[in-house]
Design a protein around this ligand. Structure first.
Ligand code: ZLM
Ligand code: CA
Ligand code: ZN
Length: 390
């Protein structure tokens, strides 16, 4: 076989449950769990499964999810049926829990949520038990879910549950979010603590881009006696940012944060809707540029929990996450950029059949992020880090 040798003593664990993949949000809904099938097929075709420890993740229990979520909301998710959305008497409950077009009720919803959440909880526990240095759950990363309501295609916040596990063993956890949307649910959950530093890069347009939060000056509770003050970092961006600028910004911000905060572990949300050509996104990142952020995060040698997130053009989501798996395995240089003949669903990768299609050439969005703007963002964040140190 064409397996990839793993450097001695360096452990990567893969946490997945294939029962997540067949769930369907409904006709033409952008979120497609099937992209996980496509990702897995690429990983297998490249033989990467030979180079990591593979775990079938459990479903998170009600009690595990209740460490963050309200019991009445979890009860609702467990009991609700697809037809209930159309029952007028149920209208108030649907509104209470923010059920609608973005977050519909579909067959197996509770099963879907508990499975992706279980993967992230399992991955976090592998890290804290020292059984893995890098733990991956591509089905997780659902950063918008709130304590008592669904939001933006997210129902259960697996990232918050994973961080709560890490906080049992690490004094400080850093959260990095490269999804094109603001990681509001994670930020809000840890808004009042100095034990989690959240950093989100996202498109920001208060009135015209979901969720409308995450401005540069949204840095944590304003009262200086609140420990969470300054512990939320937001990197608001405009349309069309390109690889080189994004990577330079990422390195400056994340490098300074790691140096100042010295986290015991890092959680990296790799939402692939920041790629060019995404159905919902508006950035011009290539698979290589997105992956370079993952590679840089890995250089710190800090225990790393890697989750997925958004990503609405499945052929590109799967390319990015397969490439990033190879980076985490230190095997990116051993991967053929031409997608193997043997991959299942190979037709999805045509006409180029390349792992690195020139995304930004196909549908380039005008870059509205002048260097001068990016420089002010970096300056403001470095200033914030000085306050954070106290
Ligand atoms: N309408 N169908 C990112 C979450 C983004 C809020 C505008 C719903 C859509 C979108 C749903 C088939 C992550 C908003 C949108 C239409 C109010 C959003 C169902 C198309 C469809 O065709 C669609 C009937 C749907 C939803 C587009 N929704 C695009 N953008 C955002 C949520 C999640 O990537 O960050 C992490 C996984 N919602 O803009 C509206 C304001 C609801
Ligand atoms: Ca983000
Ligand atoms: Zn997103």
């Amino acid at each position: 076989h064409n397996g990839i040798a793993r450097p001695k003593g360096y452990r990567v664990s893969w946490h997945a449950n294939p029962a997540v993949e067949p769930h369907h949000f409904g006709q033409s809904h952008p979120m497609k769990p099937w992209r996980l099938t496509l990702t897995k097929q690429l990983v297998i075709a490249y033989g990467m499964h030979h180079a990591m420890d593979l775990y079938l993740s459990r479903a998170a229990t009600f009690e595990e999810m209740a460490e963050f979520h309200k019991a009445d909301y979890l009860d609702f998710l467990k009991q609700v049926m697809p037809g209930d959305m159309e029952v007028p008497e149920q209208g108030d409950r649907m509104a209470t829990y923010n059920i609608g077009d973005d977050c519909p009720i579909f067959d197996g919803l509770y099963n879907y949520c508990s499975l992706y959440a279980g993967g992230t909880v399992d991955a976090a526990r592998k890290l804290v038990n020292n059984q893995s240095e890098i733990a991956i759950n591509w089905s997780g990363g659902l950063h918008h879910a709130k304590k008592g309501e669904a939001s933006g295609f997210c129902y259960v916040n697996d990232i918050v549950l994973g961080i709560l596990q890490l906080l049992r063993h690490h004094a400080r956890v850093m959260y990095i979010d490269i999804d094109v949307h603001h990681g509001d649910g994670v930020e809000q959950a840890f808004w009042s603590t100095d034990r989690v530093l959240t950093v989100s890069f996202h498109k920001y347009d208060k009135d015209n881009f979901f969720p409308g939060t995450g401005g540069l000056d949204s840095t944590g509770p304003s009262h200086p006696l609140n420990p969470g003050a300054h512990h939320a970092i937001n990197v608001p961006l405009n349309d069309g940012i390109e690889d080189d600028d994004y990577l330079q910004l990422f390195k400056e911000v994340i490098g300074s944060c790691v140096e100042t905060y010295n986290p015991g572990s890092i959680v990296l949300q790799c939402g692939a809707d920041s790629l060019g050509c995404d159905r919902l996104g508006c950035f011009n990142l290539n698979v290589t540029g997105h992956g370079a952020c993952v590679a840089y995060t890995k250089t710190f040698g800090i225990p790393l929990l890697v989750v997925g997130g958004g990503g609405y053009t499945p052929r590109n989501v799967s390319r990015a996450w397969a490439h990033e798996t190879s980076i985490l395995l230190d095997a990116a240089d051993k991967i053929d950029p031409n997608i193997p003949e043997t991959v299942a669903f190979r037709n999805h990768f045509g006409p180029d059949y390349s792992l690195f299609p020139p995304l930004s050439e196909m549908r380039r969005i005008e870059n509205k992020n002048p260097r001068s703007y990016l420089a002010t963002v970096v300056m403001a964040i470095k200033e914030q880090l000085r306050y954070m140190q106290g």
